[in-house]
Design a binder for this molecule. Structure first.
Ligand code: AMP
Length: 249
């Protein structure tokens, strides 16, 4: 079985994002970019399935600017086998990405597509679900455990107040939640080896997909600044202050 893992290049999660002065978006110039953290978890899960003999090949795909090649290389250094860069400068909305992924799935025939549950830049949480719909495949979203048994996959999902396990018939879509695994760091020898792994270069036009955004961003704003707190000397003073502010009666 092949596993397809879509990875998005996003602003590194450690970066404190700044809103552009014209409020049209966030500042991307000279900002550290990395693989979306949920996609690292997806790559790790694919590698574990391959190591367990459940998969033979891991194909990593990214839709994004030339710089997304770096993101693909990171996934190849972790253990992916080959990459596909679908080069596009500018926004990549979930529906357009899902349409591209559908064409790649049709060409490659993977048994599993493992995506992140959401990209931390747009927080859409839509691409996996849209891809499942476009392909007519079953989906197990927010996975915290994935067990492949022959022609099925059991996906344990994090739902409000507990866990739910669903059985999907392969081929299927899985999206990863935070507690699925802890992604490995790529070792130096594997980083060197990854430089030689093939990355195919494509464009959205190769798949007949129009990338024109369907959404218009009206305004991006910083969260309201929190005012400074005060120190109180005792519980009595705390209670008095809370009463004064109307927090407690
Ligand atoms: P989203 O629906 O945008 O929150 O993204 C969910 C998941 O879809 C991500 O974690 C990735 O696995 C995948 N994805 C979204 N956008 C892209 C992209 N431009 N290139 C590759 N994968 C993507």
């Amino acid at each position: 079985m092949k596993i397809l893992v879509p990875v998005k290049r996003v602003v590194d999660y450690n970066v404190k994002v700044r809103v552009k002065s014209d409020q049209s978006g966030v500042e991307l110039a000279n900002v550290k970019m990395s693989m979306n953290p949920f996609d690292e978890i997806a790559v790790e899960e694919a590698i574990r399935l391959k190591e367990a003999g459940k998969a033979e090949e891991i194909i990593v795909v990214s839709v994004g600017p030339k710089g997304a090649t770096e993101t693909i290389r990171t996934a190849l250094a972790m253990g992916g086998d080959r990459g596909i860069l679908v080069e596009h400068d500018g926004e990549t909305e979930p529906l357009a990405v899902a349409k591209i992924l559908k064409s790649i799935v049709e060409a490659e025939g993977p048994g599993l597509v493992i995506l992140g549950k959401q990209a931390i830049d747009d927080d859409c949480n839509q691409t996996g679900q849209m891809l499942a719909q476009l392909l007519g495949w079953p989906q197990g979203t927010f996975a915290s455990k994935v067990v492949v048994n022959g022609s099925d996959v059991d996906v344990t999902r994090e739902v409000d107040g507990g866990l739910e396990t669903v059985k999907l018939t392969l081929p299927a879509i899985v999206t990863t939640d935070l507690r699925l695994n802890e992604p490995r760091y790529a070792s130096l020898p594997n980083i060197m080896k990854a430089k030689k792994k093939p990355i195919d270069e494509k464009t959205p036009a190769d798949y007949g997909v129009d990338m024109t955004p369907r959404l218009t961003t009206l305004k991006v704003e910083e969260p309201a600044k929190r005012s400074a707190g005060i120190k109180v000397a005792s519980v009595e003073e705390l209670v008095a202050k809370l009463k004064e502010k109307g927090v407690i009666a």
